[in-house]
Design a protein around this ligand. Structure first.
Ligand code: HEC
Ligand code: HEC
Length: 345
Protein backbone atom coordinates (compact mmCIF):
# COMPACT_ATOMS: atom_id res chain seq x y z
CA UNK A 1 0.00 0.00 0.00
CA UNK A 2 2.76 2.40 0.93
CA UNK A 3 4.49 1.81 -2.38
CA UNK A 4 1.31 2.48 -4.31
CA UNK A 5 0.84 5.79 -2.52
CA UNK A 6 4.35 6.97 -3.28
CA UNK A 7 4.06 5.86 -6.88
CA UNK A 8 0.86 7.86 -7.24
CA UNK A 9 2.52 10.96 -5.85
CA UNK A 10 5.54 10.57 -8.07
CA UNK A 11 3.29 10.26 -11.10
CA UNK A 12 1.48 13.42 -9.99
CA UNK A 13 4.77 15.27 -9.81
CA UNK A 14 5.54 14.45 -13.44
CA UNK A 15 2.07 15.05 -14.78
CA UNK A 16 1.14 18.63 -15.59
CA UNK A 17 -0.46 17.58 -18.80
CA UNK A 18 -3.94 16.69 -17.52
CA UNK A 19 -4.45 20.00 -15.78
CA UNK A 20 -6.64 22.22 -17.94
CA UNK A 21 -5.36 25.71 -18.64
CA UNK A 22 -6.92 28.42 -16.53
CA UNK A 23 -7.21 26.19 -13.47
CA UNK A 24 -5.06 26.47 -10.40
CA UNK A 25 -2.84 23.55 -9.47
CA UNK A 26 -3.82 22.53 -5.98
CA UNK A 27 -0.90 20.22 -5.34
CA UNK A 28 -1.22 16.60 -4.31
CA UNK A 29 -4.68 16.90 -2.78
CA UNK A 30 -7.37 14.57 -4.15
CA UNK A 31 -4.68 12.73 -6.07
CA UNK A 32 -3.69 10.05 -3.57
CA UNK A 33 -4.89 7.33 -5.95
CA UNK A 34 -3.48 8.89 -9.10
CA UNK A 35 -4.70 11.38 -11.70
CA UNK A 36 -6.81 10.60 -14.77
CA UNK A 37 -6.53 12.52 -18.03
CA UNK A 38 -9.39 13.71 -20.21
CA UNK A 39 -8.55 10.83 -22.59
CA UNK A 40 -8.94 8.39 -19.66
CA UNK A 41 -12.39 9.84 -18.93
CA UNK A 42 -13.49 9.38 -22.54
CA UNK A 43 -12.27 5.78 -22.54
CA UNK A 44 -13.99 5.24 -19.20
CA UNK A 45 -17.36 6.38 -20.58
CA UNK A 46 -16.85 4.18 -23.66
CA UNK A 47 -16.33 1.23 -21.32
CA UNK A 48 -19.30 1.78 -18.96
CA UNK A 49 -21.74 3.33 -21.45
CA UNK A 50 -20.70 1.85 -24.81
CA UNK A 51 -23.96 2.76 -26.57
CA UNK A 52 -23.94 6.39 -25.34
CA UNK A 53 -27.28 5.98 -23.59
CA UNK A 54 -26.42 8.50 -20.86
CA UNK A 55 -25.11 11.58 -22.67
CA UNK A 56 -27.32 13.93 -20.63
CA UNK A 57 -28.59 14.00 -17.06
CA UNK A 58 -32.14 13.48 -18.37
CA UNK A 59 -31.06 10.42 -20.32
CA UNK A 60 -29.18 9.10 -17.28
CA UNK A 61 -32.33 9.48 -15.16
CA UNK A 62 -34.43 7.78 -17.81
CA UNK A 63 -32.03 4.79 -18.05
CA UNK A 64 -32.06 4.48 -14.26
CA UNK A 65 -35.82 4.50 -13.90
CA UNK A 66 -36.24 7.91 -12.22
CA UNK A 67 -39.30 8.60 -14.41
CA UNK A 68 -40.93 5.19 -14.06
CA UNK A 69 -44.09 5.01 -11.92
CA UNK A 70 -42.87 1.67 -10.50
CA UNK A 71 -40.07 3.54 -8.73
CA UNK A 72 -39.97 5.94 -5.82
CA UNK A 73 -37.42 8.78 -6.00
CA UNK A 74 -35.94 9.43 -2.54
CA UNK A 75 -34.77 13.05 -2.12
CA UNK A 76 -32.49 14.49 0.55
CA UNK A 77 -31.56 18.13 0.06
CA UNK A 78 -30.36 21.30 1.71
CA UNK A 79 -27.42 20.14 3.85
CA UNK A 80 -23.77 20.99 3.63
CA UNK A 81 -21.24 18.20 3.74
CA UNK A 82 -18.54 19.60 6.03
CA UNK A 83 -16.26 16.58 5.97
CA UNK A 84 -14.32 16.87 2.78
CA UNK A 85 -16.07 18.84 0.07
CA UNK A 86 -17.81 21.75 1.71
CA UNK A 87 -20.58 21.90 -0.89
CA UNK A 88 -24.28 22.28 -0.17
CA UNK A 89 -26.06 19.23 -1.52
CA UNK A 90 -29.11 17.50 -2.87
CA UNK A 91 -29.16 13.75 -3.42
CA UNK A 92 -31.80 11.72 -5.24
CA UNK A 93 -31.91 7.92 -5.26
CA UNK A 94 -33.77 5.15 -7.06
CA UNK A 95 -33.68 1.56 -5.85
CA UNK A 96 -34.94 0.06 -9.08
CA UNK A 97 -38.13 -2.02 -8.90
CA UNK A 98 -38.75 -2.40 -12.64
CA UNK A 99 -38.81 -6.02 -13.78
CA UNK A 100 -35.37 -6.88 -15.16
CA UNK A 101 -33.66 -4.05 -13.24
CA UNK A 102 -34.12 -5.24 -9.65
CA UNK A 103 -30.77 -5.02 -7.85
CA UNK A 104 -29.78 -1.72 -9.49
CA UNK A 105 -29.28 1.37 -7.33
CA UNK A 106 -28.69 4.88 -8.71
CA UNK A 107 -27.89 8.12 -6.90
CA UNK A 108 -27.49 11.60 -8.35
CA UNK A 109 -25.78 14.27 -6.25
CA UNK A 110 -26.10 18.00 -6.97
CA UNK A 111 -23.39 20.27 -5.55
CA UNK A 112 -24.21 23.93 -4.80
CA UNK A 113 -22.43 27.03 -3.53
CA UNK A 114 -25.09 27.96 -0.95
CA UNK A 115 -28.04 26.75 1.09
CA UNK A 116 -30.76 28.54 -0.88
CA UNK A 117 -29.63 27.02 -4.18
CA UNK A 118 -29.45 23.55 -2.63
CA UNK A 119 -32.89 23.90 -1.09
CA UNK A 120 -34.66 24.95 -4.29
CA UNK A 121 -32.33 22.96 -6.57
CA UNK A 122 -30.98 25.73 -8.79
CA UNK A 123 -27.53 26.77 -10.11
CA UNK A 124 -25.81 23.46 -9.42
CA UNK A 125 -22.01 23.76 -9.71
CA UNK A 126 -21.88 20.13 -10.75
CA UNK A 127 -23.91 16.95 -10.79
CA UNK A 128 -22.08 13.75 -9.87
CA UNK A 129 -23.82 10.40 -10.30
CA UNK A 130 -23.21 6.82 -9.30
CA UNK A 131 -24.94 3.78 -10.64
CA UNK A 132 -24.74 0.19 -9.41
CA UNK A 133 -25.82 -1.80 -12.44
CA UNK A 134 -24.53 -4.46 -14.87
CA UNK A 135 -21.23 -3.51 -16.53
CA UNK A 136 -19.68 -4.68 -19.79
CA UNK A 137 -19.16 -8.21 -18.38
CA UNK A 138 -22.74 -8.48 -17.07
CA UNK A 139 -21.92 -8.35 -13.35
CA UNK A 140 -23.06 -5.35 -11.31
CA UNK A 141 -20.39 -2.70 -10.90
CA UNK A 142 -20.27 0.88 -9.59
CA UNK A 143 -20.11 3.48 -12.37
CA UNK A 144 -19.26 7.17 -12.00
CA UNK A 145 -20.67 10.02 -14.13
CA UNK A 146 -20.39 13.82 -14.21
CA UNK A 147 -22.92 16.32 -15.67
CA UNK A 148 -22.98 20.12 -15.71
CA UNK A 149 -25.82 22.43 -14.68
CA UNK A 150 -27.22 22.29 -18.22
CA UNK A 151 -27.42 18.54 -17.95
CA UNK A 152 -24.63 17.76 -20.41
CA UNK A 153 -22.13 15.03 -19.62
CA UNK A 154 -18.64 16.17 -18.58
CA UNK A 155 -15.29 14.39 -18.41
CA UNK A 156 -14.15 16.21 -15.28
CA UNK A 157 -15.21 18.63 -12.57
CA UNK A 158 -14.03 20.62 -9.54
CA UNK A 159 -14.13 19.44 -5.93
CA UNK A 160 -13.58 22.62 -3.98
CA UNK A 161 -16.09 25.32 -3.05
CA UNK A 162 -13.26 27.89 -3.23
CA UNK A 163 -13.52 28.54 -6.96
CA UNK A 164 -10.27 30.53 -7.03
CA UNK A 165 -8.35 27.40 -6.02
CA UNK A 166 -10.50 24.67 -7.54
CA UNK A 167 -8.88 22.42 -10.10
CA UNK A 168 -10.61 20.28 -12.71
CA UNK A 169 -10.03 16.56 -12.14
CA UNK A 170 -11.10 13.84 -14.56
CA UNK A 171 -12.93 10.54 -14.29
CA UNK A 172 -12.46 8.03 -12.93
CA UNK A 173 -9.61 8.93 -10.53
CA UNK A 174 -11.14 12.32 -9.75
CA UNK A 175 -13.60 10.36 -7.60
CA UNK A 176 -11.12 7.79 -6.31
CA UNK A 177 -9.43 9.59 -3.43
CA UNK A 178 -12.78 9.62 -1.58
CA UNK A 179 -14.81 6.86 -3.23
CA UNK A 180 -11.87 4.45 -3.59
CA UNK A 181 -10.62 3.02 -6.87
CA UNK A 182 -7.47 3.38 -8.87
CA UNK A 183 -7.87 -0.02 -10.61
CA UNK A 184 -7.45 -0.23 -14.38
CA UNK A 185 -11.09 -0.20 -15.50
CA UNK A 186 -10.14 -1.27 -19.02
CA UNK A 187 -8.90 -4.66 -17.80
CA UNK A 188 -11.40 -5.03 -14.91
CA UNK A 189 -14.71 -4.99 -16.78
CA UNK A 190 -15.28 -1.30 -16.05
CA UNK A 191 -14.53 -1.67 -12.32
CA UNK A 192 -12.38 0.98 -10.68
CA UNK A 193 -12.58 -0.59 -7.22
CA UNK A 194 -14.53 2.47 -6.04
CA UNK A 195 -17.93 2.43 -4.37
CA UNK A 196 -20.69 4.16 -2.44
CA UNK A 197 -19.98 5.99 0.82
CA UNK A 198 -22.16 6.06 3.94
CA UNK A 199 -24.26 9.12 4.85
CA UNK A 200 -23.28 10.29 8.35
CA UNK A 201 -25.03 13.25 10.03
CA UNK A 202 -21.84 13.99 11.96
CA UNK A 203 -20.58 15.73 8.83
CA UNK A 204 -23.87 17.35 7.76
CA UNK A 205 -24.48 20.98 8.63
CA UNK A 206 -27.85 22.72 8.31
CA UNK A 207 -28.79 26.35 7.79
CA UNK A 208 -32.26 27.76 8.32
CA UNK A 209 -34.29 26.20 5.48
CA UNK A 210 -34.39 22.55 6.53
CA UNK A 211 -33.16 20.35 9.36
CA UNK A 212 -31.69 17.01 10.30
CA UNK A 213 -35.06 15.93 11.71
CA UNK A 214 -36.71 16.57 8.34
CA UNK A 215 -34.08 14.42 6.64
CA UNK A 216 -33.62 11.47 9.04
CA UNK A 217 -36.09 9.11 7.38
CA UNK A 218 -34.78 9.59 3.86
CA UNK A 219 -31.12 9.55 4.91
CA UNK A 220 -31.79 6.12 6.41
CA UNK A 221 -33.22 5.04 3.05
CA UNK A 222 -30.08 6.33 1.30
CA UNK A 223 -27.95 4.27 3.68
CA UNK A 224 -30.13 1.22 3.00
CA UNK A 225 -29.50 1.86 -0.70
CA UNK A 226 -25.73 2.04 -0.07
CA UNK A 227 -25.93 -1.37 1.66
CA UNK A 228 -27.39 -2.85 -1.54
CA UNK A 229 -24.30 -1.91 -3.59
CA UNK A 230 -21.97 -4.55 -2.13
CA UNK A 231 -19.88 -2.02 -0.18
CA UNK A 232 -16.66 -2.95 1.66
CA UNK A 233 -16.85 -4.00 5.31
CA UNK A 234 -15.89 -0.59 6.73
CA UNK A 235 -18.87 1.07 5.02
CA UNK A 236 -21.21 -1.69 6.22
CA UNK A 237 -20.00 -1.53 9.79
CA UNK A 238 -20.26 2.27 9.89
CA UNK A 239 -23.89 2.10 8.74
CA UNK A 240 -24.69 -0.70 11.22
CA UNK A 241 -22.99 1.26 13.99
CA UNK A 242 -24.91 4.46 13.24
CA UNK A 243 -28.25 2.59 13.27
CA UNK A 244 -27.65 0.37 16.30
CA UNK A 245 -26.88 -2.99 14.69
CA UNK A 246 -26.93 -5.12 11.56
CA UNK A 247 -30.69 -4.96 11.05
CA UNK A 248 -30.56 -1.14 11.44
CA UNK A 249 -33.08 -1.07 14.33
CA UNK A 250 -32.80 2.69 15.02
CA UNK A 251 -35.03 5.09 13.06
CA UNK A 252 -32.57 7.94 13.66
CA UNK A 253 -28.79 7.88 13.59
CA UNK A 254 -26.82 7.49 16.79
CA UNK A 255 -24.20 10.19 16.15
CA UNK A 256 -22.34 9.19 19.31
CA UNK A 257 -21.53 5.79 17.79
CA UNK A 258 -17.88 4.88 18.32
CA UNK A 259 -16.26 1.49 17.64
CA UNK A 260 -15.33 0.07 21.07
CA UNK A 261 -11.59 -0.09 20.35
CA UNK A 262 -11.63 3.73 20.26
CA UNK A 263 -13.09 4.16 23.77
CA UNK A 264 -9.68 5.17 25.14
CA UNK A 265 -9.28 7.94 22.51
CA UNK A 266 -12.61 9.79 22.22
CA UNK A 267 -11.09 13.12 21.09
CA UNK A 268 -9.04 11.48 18.36
CA UNK A 269 -12.07 9.47 17.20
CA UNK A 270 -13.99 12.74 16.77
CA UNK A 271 -11.24 14.05 14.50
CA UNK A 272 -11.29 10.79 12.54
CA UNK A 273 -15.07 11.14 12.09
CA UNK A 274 -14.98 14.65 10.66
CA UNK A 275 -11.64 14.68 8.85
CA UNK A 276 -10.71 11.12 7.82
CA UNK A 277 -13.73 8.78 7.85
CA UNK A 278 -15.34 10.16 4.68
CA UNK A 279 -12.54 8.71 2.55
CA UNK A 280 -11.10 6.03 4.77
CA UNK A 281 -14.09 3.70 4.71
CA UNK A 282 -13.13 2.99 1.08
CA UNK A 283 -9.40 3.76 0.87
CA UNK A 284 -6.83 2.51 3.39
CA UNK A 285 -9.45 1.30 5.86
CA UNK A 286 -6.65 0.62 8.36
CA UNK A 287 -6.72 4.33 9.26
CA UNK A 288 -9.97 3.54 11.14
CA UNK A 289 -8.14 1.15 13.47
CA UNK A 290 -6.58 2.65 16.59
CA UNK A 291 -3.95 -0.12 16.63
CA UNK A 292 -2.87 0.93 13.15
CA UNK A 293 -2.27 4.46 14.44
CA UNK A 294 -0.22 3.09 17.33
CA UNK A 295 1.91 0.84 15.14
CA UNK A 296 2.45 3.41 12.37
CA UNK A 297 3.20 6.61 14.31
CA UNK A 298 6.03 7.48 11.91
CA UNK A 299 3.85 7.12 8.84
CA UNK A 300 1.12 9.32 10.33
CA UNK A 301 3.65 11.98 11.35
CA UNK A 302 5.13 12.00 7.88
CA UNK A 303 1.91 12.03 5.84
CA UNK A 304 -0.30 14.15 8.06
CA UNK A 305 1.87 16.50 10.12
CA UNK A 306 5.00 16.88 8.02
CA UNK A 307 3.96 16.60 4.37
CA UNK A 308 0.35 17.69 5.03
CA UNK A 309 -0.94 15.20 2.45
CA UNK A 310 -3.85 14.25 4.70
CA UNK A 311 -6.71 15.14 4.93
CA UNK A 312 -6.44 14.65 1.16
CA UNK A 313 -9.18 17.08 0.09
CA UNK A 314 -8.63 20.84 -0.15
CA UNK A 315 -11.59 21.81 2.05
CA UNK A 316 -10.82 19.41 4.90
CA UNK A 317 -7.08 20.05 4.64
CA UNK A 318 -7.58 23.81 5.07
CA UNK A 319 -9.79 23.24 8.10
CA UNK A 320 -7.38 20.75 9.68
CA UNK A 321 -4.42 23.12 9.32
CA UNK A 322 -6.48 26.26 10.15
CA UNK A 323 -5.71 27.99 6.87
CA UNK A 324 -9.30 28.68 5.76
CA UNK A 325 -10.79 32.07 6.66
CA UNK A 326 -14.25 30.63 5.89
CA UNK A 327 -13.99 27.82 8.44
CA UNK A 328 -13.72 28.31 12.18
CA UNK A 329 -10.31 27.29 13.56
CA UNK A 330 -10.25 23.81 15.13
CA UNK A 331 -7.80 22.01 17.41
CA UNK A 332 -7.83 18.90 15.20
CA UNK A 333 -4.19 19.10 14.16
CA UNK A 334 -3.16 19.48 17.80
CA UNK A 335 -5.27 16.49 18.87
CA UNK A 336 -3.54 14.34 16.25
CA UNK A 337 -0.10 15.59 17.26
CA UNK A 338 -0.78 14.96 20.97
CA UNK A 339 -2.05 11.45 20.23
CA UNK A 340 0.97 10.61 18.08
CA UNK A 341 3.25 11.84 20.89
CA UNK A 342 1.47 9.50 23.33
CA UNK A 343 1.65 6.57 20.92
CA UNK A 344 5.36 7.08 20.20
CA UNK A 345 7.05 3.76 20.94
C1 HEC B 1 -10.16 13.11 0.53
C2 HEC B 1 -9.93 11.77 1.00
C3 HEC B 1 -9.05 11.55 2.21
C4 HEC B 1 -9.14 12.17 3.43
C5 HEC B 1 -10.11 13.24 3.87
C6 HEC B 1 -8.12 11.57 4.25
N1 HEC B 1 -7.43 10.63 3.54
FE1 HEC B 1 -5.81 9.56 4.17
N2 HEC B 1 -5.65 8.67 2.35
C7 HEC B 1 -6.54 8.84 1.32
C8 HEC B 1 -6.18 7.93 0.25
C9 HEC B 1 -6.90 7.79 -1.07
C10 HEC B 1 -5.03 7.21 0.70
C11 HEC B 1 -4.37 6.05 0.05
C12 HEC B 1 -3.32 6.19 -0.91
C13 HEC B 1 -2.75 4.81 -1.20
O1 HEC B 1 -3.40 3.96 -1.77
O2 HEC B 1 -1.64 4.54 -0.77
C14 HEC B 1 -4.72 7.73 2.00
C15 HEC B 1 -3.63 7.32 2.76
C16 HEC B 1 -3.41 7.68 4.08
C17 HEC B 1 -2.31 7.23 4.87
C18 HEC B 1 -1.19 6.34 4.40
C19 HEC B 1 -1.50 4.91 4.67
C20 HEC B 1 -0.30 4.05 4.34
O3 HEC B 1 -0.28 2.92 4.82
O4 HEC B 1 0.58 4.48 3.61
C21 HEC B 1 -2.44 7.77 6.12
C22 HEC B 1 -1.54 7.57 7.33
C23 HEC B 1 -3.64 8.57 6.09
N3 HEC B 1 -4.21 8.51 4.83
C24 HEC B 1 -4.14 9.26 7.17
C25 HEC B 1 -5.25 10.10 7.13
C26 HEC B 1 -5.75 10.82 8.27
C27 HEC B 1 -5.19 10.73 9.67
C28 HEC B 1 -6.81 11.56 7.84
C29 HEC B 1 -7.66 12.51 8.63
C30 HEC B 1 -6.96 13.50 9.43
C31 HEC B 1 -6.95 11.29 6.40
N4 HEC B 1 -5.99 10.40 6.02
C32 HEC B 1 -7.91 11.89 5.58
C33 HEC B 1 -7.59 9.72 1.26
C34 HEC B 1 -7.98 10.56 2.29
C1 HEC C 1 -13.60 14.97 -1.52
C2 HEC C 1 -14.24 13.71 -1.44
C3 HEC C 1 -15.17 13.29 -2.57
C4 HEC C 1 -14.90 13.26 -3.91
C5 HEC C 1 -13.62 13.65 -4.63
C6 HEC C 1 -16.08 12.73 -4.53
N1 HEC C 1 -17.03 12.45 -3.59
FE1 HEC C 1 -18.87 11.69 -3.94
N2 HEC C 1 -19.24 11.69 -1.93
C7 HEC C 1 -18.35 12.06 -0.95
C8 HEC C 1 -18.93 11.79 0.36
C9 HEC C 1 -18.25 12.04 1.70
C10 HEC C 1 -20.20 11.23 0.12
C11 HEC C 1 -21.18 10.69 1.15
C12 HEC C 1 -22.45 11.41 1.20
C13 HEC C 1 -22.45 12.72 1.91
O1 HEC C 1 -21.81 12.81 2.98
O2 HEC C 1 -23.10 13.66 1.43
C14 HEC C 1 -20.36 11.19 -1.33
C15 HEC C 1 -21.49 10.74 -1.98
C16 HEC C 1 -21.65 10.64 -3.33
C17 HEC C 1 -22.82 10.11 -3.98
C18 HEC C 1 -24.02 9.52 -3.28
C19 HEC C 1 -23.78 8.03 -3.11
C20 HEC C 1 -22.79 7.70 -2.00
O3 HEC C 1 -21.64 7.30 -2.30
O4 HEC C 1 -23.13 7.88 -0.83
C21 HEC C 1 -22.60 10.17 -5.32
C22 HEC C 1 -23.55 9.73 -6.40
C23 HEC C 1 -21.27 10.71 -5.51
N3 HEC C 1 -20.72 11.00 -4.27
C24 HEC C 1 -20.65 10.85 -6.74
C25 HEC C 1 -19.33 11.23 -6.90
C26 HEC C 1 -18.64 11.23 -8.18
C27 HEC C 1 -19.23 10.76 -9.51
C28 HEC C 1 -17.39 11.71 -7.95
C29 HEC C 1 -16.30 11.96 -8.94
C30 HEC C 1 -16.67 12.73 -10.09
C31 HEC C 1 -17.31 12.01 -6.52
N4 HEC C 1 -18.50 11.70 -5.93
C32 HEC C 1 -16.19 12.53 -5.90
C33 HEC C 1 -17.11 12.60 -1.15
C34 HEC C 1 -16.50 12.76 -2.37
Amino acid sequence: MKKKFRAALISVAFLGGPIASGTVYSGPLLKALGVSTEADAIRYYQTIDPNNQRLTQDAWRQVNGFNDPANEVIVVGGHKNTSDLGFWRRIEMVIDKRPGYVGNVAMTTFNFANEQDAFVNQNALSIVNMEYSPGPNGDRITKFYIYNANGNRENGTIFDPDLTKAENLYLPNGCASCHGGGKNFATSGGKTGGGFLAFDFNVFEYGTLTSRAANEANVKKLNQGVRMTNPPSAVKSLISGLYGGNSLPLATQNSAYRPSDWDSEPALWNVVVTDCLGCHTLSEKEVLSLDYWKINVGDFREKVLKKKLMPNSPYANRRFFNTDPNQAPTNHRQIVEDALNRFRP
